[in-house]
Ligand binder design. Structure first.
Ligand SMILES: *Cc1c(COP(=O)(O)O)cnc(C)c1O
Length: 404
């Protein structure tokens, strides 16, 4: 994305603003499908919790992706965006049976990740096919907040409990149509991921009515120069061979699904903010911006790195800054960052702002959530208006209590 495009958007819609590059989303989607050409029945389900704006969902639909959802509300948004029920997979964690049944009535694919609900669901609805989420207990990634495959994880049915799953299946006569895993974000080591696939394929052989295998996601994208990213082409090549062997021994060609969130949208997103104050202290120079962790919480929540650049003075001499937000508690976007010399009023851009950024935004400090803009072929489209005071008050009820 060119700096001039971002400046154009911010001049038009004001700051702070999220900007998404449609071309980058398309190219990531194409790179992934290209890497997996060896898989005859490939399905890419976009994990919409990463970026759930309805215009982004429509773009994903246009590309041919399905959806991975984690709540009934995400399912409903997906249907509104034009996805057919059979293009949507529902992979909740720890939700009540009642919500799962309501999603079932919408005709969406269901993934169950614990024995208690599996048994209750199977007893009541033995004819409705369900997928089961398995935890292979493989640590594929680094960050413990987003790694979900380890032994103490709350996610999935432990691989050691397969005998119990099989007993539930035979007791209820239920139909298991898919086996799923999602080992969590940041796959650095393809070998470890493939090892988890082996475990999953072995498990799959115990179920004779499968239609698909779902390998979740966790593909790592680069955040800064020198970052390792998942070698998706190498993964595709090795996985194709493994999957073909599996299908041969299973006796049928199954569909293979992935559920990328970050991989498809992280690098397509740019968060543009403005510098309010440059503040020199005895030890550092702060750049205080017109935003905070209410708009982009990832650095504070799990220490994620977002490259920061000065859009207004890109060729200025590089200086060290600590970039902080306006929230009235510790609110740091990046410490000791080398950025082209900043002045008050300059526009700053945060990179990798497509995944888990706007979707985690809040109204903390009673601030408005930013606008969102989609850029495509030289045109910008406003896809979410900046909030107003009415939005903050929308569901509030001003009760005046009688004098005590
Ligand atoms: C969040 C999530 C994903 C997407 O993970 P990324 O790291 O963004 O690719 C995929 N599957 C499930 C079940 C998820 O909860």
């Amino acid at each position: 994305m060119k700096h001039s495009d971002l400046l154009d958007v911010v001049h038009h819609y004001g700051a702070p603003v999220y900007v998404y590059d449609a071309a980058k989303i398309r190219s990531q989607y194409q790179r992934l499908t290209q890497a997996m050409v060896g898989i005859p029945k490939l399905k890419i389900n976009f994990a919409m919790k990463a970026l759930s704006n309805i215009s982004i969902l429509k773009l994903m639909h246009q590309l041919g992706a399905g959806l991975d959802t984690v709540s009934i509300q995400e399912v409903q948004l997906g249907l509104k965006a034009g996805f057919a029920p059979d293009q949507i997979m529902y992979t909740p964690n720890g939700v009540a049976l009642d919500e799962i049944e309501r999603v079932m009535q919408l005709g969406v694919g269901i993934n169950i990740d614990n024995l208690s609900i599996l048994e209750q669901f199977g007893a009541k609805h033995p004819k409705t096919p369900v997928c089961i989420r398995i935890n292979p207990h493989v640590m594929a990634g680094g960050n413990s907040n987003i790694s979900v495959g380890h032994i103490d994880s709350k996610f999935g049915i432990s691989i050691h409990q397969i005998p119990h799953v099989l007993r539930i299946v035979s007791n209820t006569g239920m139909h298991i149509n898919g086996i799923h895993m999602h080992t969590g974000s940041d796959i650095l080591d393809i070998g470890v991921f493939l090892q988890a696939c082996d475990i999953l394929f072995e498990t799959a052989k115990k179920f004779d009515r499968l239609e698909f295998i779902d390998l979740g996601s966790g593909f790592k994208v680069p955040y800064k120069a020198g970052d390792i990213e998942t070698d998706i082409e190498d993964l595709g090549a090795q996985l194709s061979v493994k999957f073909e062997h599996f299908c041969q021994s299973y006796g049928r060609n199954l569909e293979l699904a992935f559920e990328p969130g970050k991989y498809l949208v992280s690098q397509a997103g740019f968060f543009v903010t403005q510098v309010n104050v440059i503040k020199q202290t005895t030890s550092t120079v702060f750049a205080q911006i017109d935003s905070g962790f209410n708009h982009l919480i990832r650095p504070m929540l799990y220490g994620s790195h977002h490259d920061i650049e000065n859009l207004s003075n890109p060729n200025g001499k590089k200086r060290f800054y600590t970039v902080v937000g306006y929230i009235c508690e510790t609110d740091t976007f990046g410490s000791n960052r080398q950025i082209a010399a900043l002045s008050e009023g300059d526009y700053l851009v945060f990179k990798n702002a497509g995944a888990y950024c706007f979707t985690m935004a809040s109204n903390y400090n009673s601030r408005y959530r930013p606008a969102e803009v989609l850029l495509d072929q030289g045109k910008h489209y406003l896809i979410r208006k900046r909030e107003t005071l009415d939005d903050l008050l929308h569901n509030q009820i001003a009760v005046s209590l009688p004098e005590a």
